[in-house]
Design a protein around this ligand. Structure first.
Ligand code: ADP
Length: 603
């Protein structure tokens, strides 16, 4: 067992390890989530950007060749050569209007060499371009210098955002430039279609010029705002170029500061959209022909929104795994402890069993010794009369032997022969008595067998008979003629009977009338009644006489006889009781089960 402080320390360490593990798991999950998320966004944004740029290129390309085609029409050169021919100009206006309708361009107009519009598809409109000076527009300068011009700007007359394509009109048959034909495309249409694409792709987009002014965007608020800080010099340059007409350029709320060359995937900006500020990943591409920088702004919100759930899931899985690991470790430990305790217990039980077996054997030996000692005590108390019983035939033998000597000296062979017969009988009797005592006093092996009750009583009587005779006790014995058999140790049952009979002899010592009655009856059990004519047992001592060491025979008694007798009878499944006869004297009754041969098989 570990001391308390050590357990507390171990628990604290475990909690710390768990917490550190949790922290590492969360950190790792966060990193993987962000890394994978941004990678996925980046890949998707690049694909969407390519789609958008392709779409924009295609949209502009539709109009790119129109000025070139128109420039080949002699109507245009003629009109430029003779601008005063109003009929020609009128016809040209109608022609340009028709082409504008067919091509769905915003406006188509013809500029003379000075940049003044002499014919326009919108000649009938309120904001007709006819007569307007466009010489300040770079598309004019480009065309006049013999090149295809591309330009985007807010129309000064229409106030609409447009993309302009220009082409020079050459003098027929020479290289001289007469003027320029301009096709203006309404940017709003392209923007609307691009916005639909952005909506479907769940991103925002914006298109900025080389000055980082947002020209086209999926969010209205972003129109004509600057991505980079607007300095006074920059503002002056913008208004000088008149690209954005009279429109004021605002500042886009973007943090951190916008960088054209931010590394891919790292360009994360917070941009104000409506009233809210949202985080976007910026992926952009430069369109060199249009001089546009197209930006895809993918919101990071979904990635942010998913983060708590992902962290919670990771934490739950981690805790589940950690707890199940702890649980299984604890279970393993408990199992080991239980196995150890079990084997210890088994070992102890085995040791205790061995101890008990040894103790039992010792006890059994002690009991046997005690039984033997008690038996020898009874024999001891009977020794005087037994001595007498042996001396009598010995003395008779001696006198018969002397008598035989005399008879042989007188040559009285026949009488000597009779004497010798008697002597042999006496010797046999002596041998009988000795063998009886020998068998009674030998130490019993405790081996049970079928025992004849009448024979057992007779043998017991042989032991006490000398004393009975000595005390002048009248013996009244009635034994059954039938073979009554009990199961037990013959010598031990004899010991019980000898003990009870010798107690009776002692009890009758002071009685005038001395009689010992023995009866055997058989009903559902055998019953042996041994009754004496002594004073009986005092009522107060009825229970006590079976207790060990209870005796009233201070001189010769050990007080063990009855308690051992009770044990012996109980071991034979019987009972021993005592009562006083109404006429006086004690009655000891032994009940024993009837033994029927077929009932018991050898064990
Ligand atoms: P012990 O004979 O050594 O005294 P027992 O256990 O045989 O031991 O007897 C215990 C006591 O029981 C005796 O001392 C005696 O007081 C009493 N007792 C036994 N048998 C008789 C009897 N037949 N009549 C009267 N008392 C008896």
């Amino acid at each position: 067992m570990l001391p308390m402080t050590q357990i507390a320390k171990k628990r604290l360490l475990m909690t710390l390890v768990l917490l550190v593990g949790l922290f590492v798991t969360l950190k790792l999950t966060y990193w993987v989530h962000w890394h994978q998320g941004t990678l996925a966004i980046q890949t998707q944004s690049e694909r969407q950007l390519t789609e958008l740029v392709n779409f924009l290129n295609a949209a502009l390309s539709r109009y790119e060749s129109i000025p070139h085609v128109l420039s080949t029409n002699p109507m245009l050169a003629n009109a430029l050569k003779e601008p005063q021919q109003s009929q020609n100009i009128h016809a040209l206006n109608l022609y340009l209007e028709e082409v504008q309708h067919i091509t769905e361009a915003s406006d188509i107009y013809l500029l003379d060499a000075l940049g003044i519009a002499i014919a326009a598809s919108n000649w009938q409109q309120r904001f007709s371009f006819v007569g307007k000076d466009f010489s300040f527009r770079p598309y004019y300068t480009e065309a006049i210098s013999g090149k295809l011009g591309r330009y985007y700007a807010v129309g000064t007359s229409s106030d609409k955002r447009g993309f302009y394509f220009s082409y020079p009109i050459y003098h027929p048959g020479s290289q001289g430039v007469l003027g320029a034909i301009i096709v203006k495309v309404d940017i709003a249409d392209i923007e609307q279609q691009s916005t639909s694409m952005a909506l479907a792709g769940q991103y925002q987009f914006l298109i900025s010029d080389p000055e980082n002014i947002v020209f086209i965007a999926s969010v209205d608020e972003w129109h004509l705002t600057s991505l980079t800080p607007l300095t006074a010099a920059k503002q002056e340059a913008i208004s000088g170029a008149k690209r954005y007409a009279e429109r004021t350029i605002g500042q886009l709320q973007i943090t951190p500061a916008y960088l054209d060359n931010a590394p891919r995937g790292n360009a994360l900006y917070h941009i104000t959209k409506g009233r809210e500020q949202a985080q976007y990943m910026d992926t952009h591409q430069w369109m060199s022909r249009a001089l546009w920088r197209v930006h895809i702004l993918t919101p990071m919100q979904p990635l942010n929104d998913a983060l708590p759930g992902v962290l919670l899931l990771a934490a739950s899985i981690y805790l589940l795994l950690a707890l199940s690991w702890l649980f299984s470790a604890e279970r393993r430990r408990n199992l080991q402890r239980m196995q150890l305790a079990h084997s210890l217990l088994e070992q102890r039980v085995q040791e205790r069993t061995e101890d008990l077996q040894q103790a039992n054997e010792r006890l059994k030996d002690t009991q046997d010794e005690l039984i033997q000692a008690a038996k020898l005590t009874v024999i001891g108390s009977l020794s005087a009369s037994i001595n007498h019983e042996l001396n009598q035939p010995l003395a008779a033998l001696r006198s018969y032997a002397q008598n035989t000597q005399t008879l042989l000296a007188r040559n009285m062979q026949d009488k000597a022969q009779d004497n010798l017969k008697i002597m042999i009988e006496l010797t046999d009797r002596l041998a009988d008595i000795v063998s009886q005592f020998k068998s009674f006093t030998r130490k019993s092996q405790g081996a049970d067998s079928a025992t004849d009750l009448a024979r057992c009583i007779t043998q017991a009587l042989t032991i006490v008979k000398p004393e009975i005779d000595k005390q002048g006790i009248q013996l009244d014995v009635e034994l059954p003629n039938d073979q009554y058999q009990v199961w037990g140790d013959n010598v031990r049952l004899q010991q019980v009977l000898v003990n009870i009979m010798s107690n009776a002899i002692v009890a009758m010592q002071q009685s005038l009338q001395r009689k010992l009655t023995i009866r055997v009856t058989a009903a559902d059990k055998f019953s042996i009644r041994i009754q004496d004519s002594g004073p009986g047992v005092r009522e107060s001592q009825m229970e006590k006489i079976f207790e060990p060491y209870f005796t009233t025979n201070e001189r010769h008694g050990l007080g063990l006889g009855l308690s051992i007798s009770q044990r012996i009878i109980e071991s034979m499944q019987g009972q021993i009781t005592v009562a006083n006869a109404p006429e006086g004297g004690a009655i000891f009754q032994i009940n024993l089960p009837i033994y029927l041969l077929e009932e018991r098989l050898p064990q």
